[in-house]
Design a protein around this ligand. Structure first.
Ligand SMILES: C[S@@+](CC[C@H](N)C(=O)[O-])C[C@H]1O[C@@H](n2cnc3c(N)ncnc32)[C@H](O)[C@@H]1O
Length: 299
């Protein structure tokens, strides 16, 4: 459902919906839902971060968690502090953005890229990719490794974007806990990896530093799918486990950006719980591999 021109953001729910949902219609919201909605509005007005069209469930879960972690008695008290203390907002942002990732997450997705997308990418003289919502970089390093093994990395530029500056800084470093990297090794093997995973990193104490040459042509940048516009023509966009937090209006906005950014018959990959099926863009993409969540821009 698209916003009507007179409809303020965050009001996509139908009358009679859950009163605890901050996206419910005016007059039908519980006090807690109003507090949550006012918090999102305050964040937007003060810091220009727009969480107003994230699903009510995700707003509620993240803010409840933040209240406990930040030792705040109520949402209103939190709002008061973040309005006057930018450092408090920087802390809250870490809870709102869910900086959780994994290398070669859902190996079948990466295997699908190898088998179904890579052969097409080989036909282009140069390739531009966009990893939207890249978090701390695990997805970017995974794609870079895959591209190197497929002989494509040297002619590929990757734009890796996120709204969380702390996550982007960690992504640029490419240092991940060794314990997690041991888990990623199994993912890598299942994803069709052709070498020893340890070839790509140097281990020291309890951390693994990934080969910086993997990201030599990666541009990490601040970009919001909620407020920014298209910035590059791309052949492949990977946006995984981001749309799941957006309501239908915001999902359609993001899919619109992807559609606009993709070149003719470009490729789109989503997370395992995400789909374009019920979006306003269902007819604008062909399904390349349904269970791997790989799509192709329709003609
Ligand atoms: C759960 S992580 C997913 C990380 C990675 N894509 C993966 O699948 O492993 C979600 C990421 O989306 C980012 N994000 C949330 N809202 C966003 C927005 N409006 N625009 C761009 N990125 C956003 C968050 O900062 C976070 O890093």
């Amino acid at each position: 459902m698209a916003h009507l021109p007179s409809e303020p953001p965050g009001t996509a729910a139908l009358p009679g919906s859950d009163p605890d949902d901050p996206n419910a219609a005016p007059g039908q919201l519980s006090a807690g839902a109003i507090e949550l909605r006012l918090l999102m509005e305050a964040i937007y007005l003060k810091y220009s971060y727009d969480f107003r069209d994230y699903t009510g469930a995700s707003q509620k879960r993240r803010v409840q968690y933040a209240l406990t972690q930040m030792n705040m008695p109520s949402i209103s008290a939190l709002q008061e502090r973040i309005l006057h203390e930018p450092a408090m907002f920087a802390r809250l942002l870490q809870y709102l953005t869910i900086p959780v990732s994994e290398m070669f997450r859902d190996p079948a997705y990466f295997l699908g890229i190898r088998k179904l997308v890579v052969p097409h990418l080989h036909t282009y003289p140069s390739v531009t990719m966009w990893v939207a919502g890249c978090s701390t970089g695990e997805e970017v390093y995974s794609l870079a490794i895959l591209l190197r093994e497929e002989g494509l990395l040297e002619r590929t530029r990757i734009y890796a974007t996120d709204i969380n500056p702390e996550s982007l800084a960690l992504a640029r470093q490419g240092i991940f806990p060794l314990e997690a990297v041991r888990r990623y090794t199994a993912n890598y093997q299942q994803s069709g990896g052709t070498r020893a995973f340890s070839d790509y990193y140097t281990a020291a104490y309890d951390a693994a530093r990934f080969d910086p040459s993997l990201i030599a042509d990666v541009i990490f940048a601040d970009h919001s799918l909620a407020t920014d516009s298209v910035f590059a023509q791309t052949q492949f966009i990977s946006c995984r486990n981001v749309l799941i937090y957006f309501n239908r209006t915001l999902q359609d906005r993001a899919l619109g950006l992807f559609h606009e950014s993709l070149s003719h018959r470009g490729f789109l990959g989503l997370g395992s719980k995400e789909s374009i099926d019920f979006s306003g863009y269902a007819n604008r993409f062909d399904v390349l591999a349904r269970s791997e969540r790989l799509y192709r821009k329709a003609t």
